[in-house]
Design a binder for this molecule. Structure first.
Ligand code: PMP
Length: 442
């Protein structure tokens, strides 16, 4: 089949309202890609762009992997859709079995959704339902964290901690509060991996938040194990462990939003395994299908699942779900993706190359304007704080990198990096040297 004829004159760009994009400015200076393979995008005029962000933290096995493409093709010809409400199809059951085999011990059930946002809202509702069926229906309050992103549903937005994204939407869910974020450049700048300072104190702030209200009214705490889109904020040593302890002390569920850290990003199937702390619910999406078909899900531990399954039979155990939960195309793509991850050993590959990655990104420490560098697994952020009253150059640097053939994302003051797990040492060098050039070219 031929490529879609593509008209890029301004009028033909009006109808598509792009998300999280300053549409009018973007459309005066648009950038397109029309193909992709492996580590690269290709622009309509044939330029290769090295993808240093795996699409949007999702294309972990590289673009258009033939096994995944073929699985989607095959499924589309076999069964396009089946209602997820009370009608089964093989791919969703098969994938649920394979996924829970790979998940941490004690996570033997998965509830499917269509995106990360849906996974987060599903997890928040599961937490409330968990308490309600145990006779603690007063536990309805949720605790999130500053500088966290949990998608755009009303629940996820309420627990997330990005003020600018809450603007215009009123008070959102009542009773939500927020932990302090863990970014502490005064003590932890240029840490390699987990920062040394402040972990226990940052986590103990949870105790204060709990004590400021009636602890028996709180349902759950939700955090990203590593905050991704707010600038790759790596948890300091001891932080997640102490959060777990405080949650246990007060019978709160701990939810990890692993939409970014899932599927090998930290060198293990899930961040919980890489970081050695187990939550009660794990939200995932993105790398689940290698980004090829929208899909999300919540892995549920046995304790939460047993409670919900103990209700009288005959009614849905959880009054929740989506038209596209466990969609055949998504399930087939996810199944093929998991096979690719396993057969190509990509999670181990990420673990093996993480040291090279760390050395390469930290080699940028003396580039003019760099104020912090953070990394863990195959994630990194290069921070360019504001200088002499001028805004951070991060966005301009990312734009120059694209023009030079490397796709990087600016998140606030930082460039954020999350290459596909197949990235080579040469490509790591290309990413880092392009940033070095772009920072100096400003
Ligand atoms: N949680 C986290 C941690 C994310 O990074 C994202 C997406 N960047 C989401 C949730 C929302 O996922 P989606 O955009 O698929 O709804």
């Amino acid at each position: 089949m031929n490529d879609l004829a593509f008209d890029t004159t301004p009028n033909s760009l009006e109808a598509y309202w792009m998300p999280f994009t300053p549409n009018r400015a973007w459309k005066r200076d648009p950038r397109f890609v029309s193909r992709a393979q492996g580590m690269h995008y290709v622009t309509p005029d044939g330029r290769q762009i090295l993808d240093a962000i795996a699409g949007l933290w999702c294309v972990n096995a590289g673009h258009c992997h033939p096994r995944i493409v073929e699985a989607i093709r095959h499924q589309a010809g076999q069964l396009d859709y089946a209602s997820s409400f009370g009608l089964g199809h093989p791919a969703a059951f098969e994938y649920a079995n394979r996924l829970t085999e790979m998940a941490p011990d004690g996570f033997n059930r998965v509830f499917f959704a269509g995106s990360g946002s849906e996974a987060v809202d599903t997890a928040l509702k599961l937490a409330l339902a968990h308490h309600a069926i145990r006779g603690e229906g007063q536990r309805v309050k949720l605790i999130g964290r500053q500088r966290s992103y949990h998608g755009v549903g009303f629940g996820g937005l309420s627990v997330a901690g990005i003020g600018a994204q809450r603007k215009h939407y009123g008070p959102l869910l009542p009773g939500t509060s927020h932990l302090p974020h863990t970014h502490d450049p005064a003590r932890n700048a240029f840490s390699r991996g987990r920062p040394e300072h402040g972990g226990i104190a940052f986590a103990e702030a949870l105790e204060g938040i709990i004590q400021a209200q009636d602890p028996s009214t709180i349902a759950a705490v939700i955090v990203e194990p590593v905050a991704g889109s707010t600038g790759v904020l790596v948890p300091p040593v001891g932080y997640l462990e102490r959060l777990r302890e405080v949650c246990d002390r007060h019978n709160l569920l701990l939810i990890f939003d692993e939409v970014v850290t899932g599927f090998g990003r930290l060198g293990a199937p899930f961040g919980s395994q890489a970081l050695g702390v187990m939550p009660d619910l794990i939200c995932c999406a993105k790398g689940m299908t290698n980004g090829a078909v929208p899909m999300g899900g919540v892995l549920v531990n046995d304790r939460v699942a047993a409670g919900l399954m103990s209700q009288p039979e005959g009614m849905a155990e959880f009054m929740h779900g989506y038209t596209y939960s466990g969609h055949p195309l998504a399930a087939a793509a996810a199944l093929a993706t998991l096979q690719v991850y396993q057969e190509e050993g990509l999670f181990q590959r990420a673990a093996d190359i993480a040291g090279t990655w760390e050395d390469a990104v930290h080699s940028l420490h003396d580039v003019p304007g760099v104020t912090d560098i953070r990394n863990i697994g195959l994630l990194a952020a290069i921070e360019f704080g504001p200088q002499e009253d001028k805004p951070s150059p991060a966005r301009a640097i990312a734009a120059r990198c694209f023009d030079k053939g490397v796709l990087i994302r600016a998140a606030g003051d930082s460039l954020v990096l999350s290459p596909p797990l197949i990235v080579s040492t040469d490509q790591i060098n290309e990413i880092v040297e392009t940033i070095r050039w772009a920072a100096r070219a400003g």
